[in-house]
Design a protein around this ligand. Structure first.
Ligand SMILES: [Zn+2]
Length: 250
């Protein structure tokens, strides 16, 4: 049940004519796994906690480095050398005490990934490599939960939302080729700081949509942005026949 204080805290979104108390309650009940506490995870975790998501599970095996600070806005100068999950958790706990935060200071894989995916309602993918993304995709399909995946490099971003249990394609349907370890990374290709912030903020919005049912989610589609020119387009990701990851889903 939402308290009087909650009604005040979330009043500006509850004021929307098409956003109800029930939808706010759904956010309060939700458990979201955020994979990656860097440039994408920073705005995602902050906006989800601010908007009233009940529990965030933060997973990242890295520590904060000086070169992160140009865009990973949950971390500051004094956090260099700390685990990113601890730095991020401290930021969230200090500002949004209504949000419960759990931390996993490791790269999620194997049994830990399965167990963690089985304990949440949705997975937010803000990781920086394809093997992790493909493993998350399989874990989400196995658990029948949605995966909201984002990426940003240079001036470009993409946001994709998959829920095969509800009939959409999956991340592997979007990238059927194995050996995608040629992916661009911010470490090698660079990125303009706010580009990651825009894409991460859109990822947070998509997560709120999927959890609450508000607005029109991207489900089954991918949004491409080039923020150098503000160009954008959206493509549908149909379920690929014979997809090794999702073709077993009814
Ligand atoms: Zn698939």
């Amino acid at each position: 049940m939402l308290s009087d204080e909650d009604l005040e805290r979330y009043s500006r979104q509850l004021m929307l004519p098409d956003f109800s108390l029930d939808q706010q309650e759904r956010l309060t009940q939700a458990r979201v796994l955020m994979v990656g506490c860097g440039g994408l995870g920073s705005p995602v975790a902050a906006y989800l906690a601010a908007a009233g998501v009940g529990t965030l599970v933060l997973a990242d095996g890295d520590v904060v480095e000086l070169s992160n600070l140009s865009r990973q806005v949950l971390h500051g100068e004094g956090d260099i050398g700390l685990r990113k999950v601890e730095s991020a958790a401290a930021y969230i706990r200090a500002r949004y005490p209504r949000c419960k935060v759990e931390t996993i200071p490791a790269r999620l894989q194997g049994a830990l990934l399965q167990e963690t995916a089985g304990s949440v309602d949705l997975v937010a993918d803000g990781s920086d490599n394809y093997p992790t993304r493909f493993a998350l995709n399989r874990a989400c399909i196995a658990q029948g939960i949605p995966m909201i995946s984002a990426a940003a490099v240079r001036s470009e971003g993409q946001l994709a939302s998959f829920y095969p249990a509800e009939g959409t394609g999956c991340y592997r349907c979007l990238y059927p080729e194995v050996g995608a370890d040629t992916a661009l990374s911010c470490r090698e290709s660079g990125v303009m700081g706010p580009v990651v912030g825009v894409v991460g903020t859109l990822q947070a919005l998509e997560i709120l949509k999927v959890l609450s049912g508000w607005g029109e989610a991207l489900l089954g589609r991918v949004l491409y942005l080039d923020l150098r020119t503000y160009g954008q387009h959206v493509l549908t990701v149909p379920r690929r026949e014979g997809c090794p990851d999702c073709s077993s889903v009814d």
